[in-house]
Design a protein. Structure first.
Length: 280
């Protein structure tokens, strides 16, 4: 079981690991407004850990297609009251942000990982290096306001792999305890792009990083299955989690933690060989 030290705290991660999503926003696409009360958010976070999440990913700004950015002050006001209530030594805490000031405040409050959907902001990388935090580098084409207007690629898998390769040397030189790359399902991608990425996740394997996939409840499932309500996309989310598992993905970011953790555990026991990368 890999052991890491993030921001002064040591953790063992059992792969595949489930990252539970904690949206502290009023307008996230799936559960916006459900956890704006810090006490409710705290209860939900601890519940997700009991259900099998090893990582809790806190976000104070919606990045759904068409969303507008919020100020640093607003994002901090959404995140810190919950983050400060969470234990820093029992499970991994991830801060989902694009703002260095928010990331720094979260790290000072005990967060362990920066989840950067902006594509490798140097200031966020500097903070990860300073605090020896884990780092998630996600690919996105455009910003949330316009990313789904008309995304275009000549070779979506090759271009996104090249994006990560261009940043590899800088990531390695920073000596971070662990790096994960996220191809950014739904972030500036059409349905066809998402399907190409999901079917070719193995193309992103590299000794320099692990793979994280966040496809839970996203609209590409609606496009395939006619499920306009995000809460009706559990089956598609589980299918995408199992597909990710089959390609060696280390972390699955999920809304439905209990069901996802159960599906991954059963699939791991039934289908993976003794030489699996997930074998302890």
């Amino acid at each position: 079981m890999p052991r890491y030290e993030f921001n002064g705290q040591a953790f063992e991660l059992r792969y595949p690991a489930v990252m539970g999503i904690l949206n502290l926003t009023p307008d996230s696409f799936s559960d916006g407004g459900s956890f704006v009360d810090p006490e409710v958010a705290l209860e939900h976070a601890l519940s997700m850990v009991e259900e099998g999440a090893q990582i809790i990913d806190l976000g104070g700004e919606s990045t759904r297609p068409g969303s507008a950015p919020v100020s640093e002050q607003e994002e901090l006001a959404r995140v810190l009251p919950t983050l400060e209530k969470l234990p820093v030594d029992q499970f991994v805490l991830s801060i989902d942000t694009t703002k260095p000031a928010v990331a720094q405040a979260a790290l000072q409050a005990g967060a362990h990982v920066i989840n950067d959907v902006s594509g490798g902001n140097p200031e966020l990388l500097d903070l990860a290096q300073r605090y020896q935090a884990g780092f998630v580098l996600m690919h996105a084409q455009g910003c949330p306001k316009n990313m789904q207007d008309k995304p275009e690629y000549d070779d979506v898998v090759g271009e996104i792999r090249a994006f990560f390769d261009e940043k590899k040397s800088d990531l390695i030189e920073r000596g971070l305890p662990r790096i994960w790359i996220d191809p950014g399902i739904g972030f500036g991608k059409s349905l066809e792009h998402n399907l190409d990425l999901m079917g070719n996740l193995s193309a992103f394997k590299d000794q320099a990083w692990g793979i994280l996939v966040g496809s839970s409840r996203k609209s590409w499932i609606d496009a395939l299955c006619d499920a306009p309500d995000p809460s009706d996309r559990l089956g598609g989310s589980i299918a995408s989690a199992l597909c990710s598992l089959s390609h060696g993905t280390e972390i699955i970011r999920a809304h439905d933690v209990k069901e996802t953790a159960q599906a991954l555990q059963v699939a791991k026991e039934l289908a993976l060989s003794p030489h699996s990368p997930y074998k302890d």
